[in-house]
Design a protein around this ligand. Structure first.
Ligand code: SAH
Length: 224
């Protein structure tokens, strides 16, 4: 587990106090999985955000991370983590499509055996790798590439999480989901997306719709 260091934010608050307040807020908003709440309390979100925006790191909002991308809203990070875990005793291998800042991957690393994360934008991929190394997180594998085709050599995954929204989840990702596994994703066109998850049981998939969400779009191809 990552030890937490308190830093003073530009608004004068200590990150530790505002961080605690955020986690209390998540509980109030309906996050009940203690393992997820512990992970959210362990990972300092301000470390994933550029200096100019650090004072807002513990507000429950998405924030820009450059290249027209965003770090997701903490509530959505927690909710997707809670859905992915589904109170399983053990979460083995997780695939994340859309590394972005690396924040969701860091949260997942707290309770999954191994996280495989793919990012299509070279600069974000490089920055996320550099951010996780000093935190002592060793169970995350990074790949610069197009996540729409998954990561076949490491499949099957016990959980798959998409943090960019496709119009429709690529069908081949379901093939990379282990039996008993869960895939969670924002799905739909811009401004009209729903958080959806599927559970695979004995080879068949059950689809459940959760809440409306706003994510950046999933885009095919990669940028070097
Ligand atoms: N999970 C991130 C949020 C990232 S925003 C975090 O915690 O910060 C979504 C990210 O998905 C962006 O960085 C975007 O470049 C990436 N993305 C979009 N389409 C992709 C694709 N096909 N393959 C891999 N990454 C993709």
């Amino acid at each position: 587990m990552v030890s937490s260091k308190s830093t003073t934010l530009t608004n004068g608050f200590t990150s530790e106090r505002t961080h605690k307040r955020l986690v209390t807020g998540l509980r109030r908003k309906g996050i009940t999985d203690e393992t997820v709440l512990l992970a959210m309390a362990s990972i300092q979100r301000d470390l994933f955000i550029e200096d100019a925006l650090k004072s807002r790191a513990y507000e429950d909002i998405a924030l820009p991370i450059g290249y027209r991308q965003t770090i997701s809203q903490p509530f959505v990070v927690a909710l997707m983590s809670q859905i992915l875990r589904s109170n399983r005793d053990k979460l083995g291998r997780v695939l994340e499509v859309g590394t972005g800042s690396g924040y969701q991957a860091a949260v997942l690393s707290e309770f999954a055996d191994r996280v495989y994360t793919i990012e299509r934008i070279q600069q974000l991929f490089d920055a996320a790798k550099l951010r996780l190394a000093p935190l002592g997180i060793k169970n995350v594998s990074f790949r610069h590439g197009d996540g729409t085709s998954g990561w076949t050599v490491n499949a099957p995954f016990d959980g798959i999480i998409l943090t960019a929204a496709p119009a429709v989840v690529p069908i081949n990702l379901f093939d990379q989901l282990a039996d008993g596994g869960i895939l969670v994703a924002p799905e739909g066109e811009e401004q009209n997306q729903t958080l959806v998850y599927w559970k695979k049981t004995h080879g068949s998939l059950r689809r459940v719709e959760s809440v409306p969400v706003v994510f950046v779009p999933m885009i095919s191809g990669m940028i070097s």
